[in-house]
Design a protein. Structure first.
Length: 116
């Protein structure tokens, strides 16, 4: 079992920045992928970005160039630096963890609101 705790959401003006964090605990193992998904009102949950323990990253087109995902393997923590935020980035952001066997775990989510 893996437990995920997210932090860093909040209200920010358009053009602003936020940094999300997600700490994993439990049976995290040495090989895994951690990432972020988001779900906007009336939309399906969608990938924002993910990163493997080896540092390989994948971004959704909407995040490319504005968001940066990184991780600290020693702390089992993944970060999402979000810059130049737009109103359409408003969503609940969920931390995602996939272990070496493909088992998937989710955080409870943190709300990001981009509004003036």
């Amino acid at each position: 079992q893996v437990h995920l705790v997210e932090s860093g959401g909040g209200l920010v003006q358009p053009g602003g920045s936020l940094r999300l964090s997600c700490a994993a605990s439990g049976s995290v193992g040495d090989l895994n992928t951690m990432g972020w998904y988001r779900q906007a009102p009336r939309k399906q949950r969608a990938l924002v970005a993910h990163i493997t323990t080896g540092g390989t990253t994948t971004y959704h087109d909407s995040a490319e160039g504005r968001f940066t995902i990184s991780r600290d393997n020693a702390k089992n923590t993944v970060y999402l630096q979000m810059n130049n935020l737009l109103p359409e980035d408003t969503a609940v952001y969920y931390c995602n963890f996939v272990d070496y066997s493909g088992m998937e775990f989710w955080g409870k989510g943190t709300l990001v609101t981009v509004s003036s």
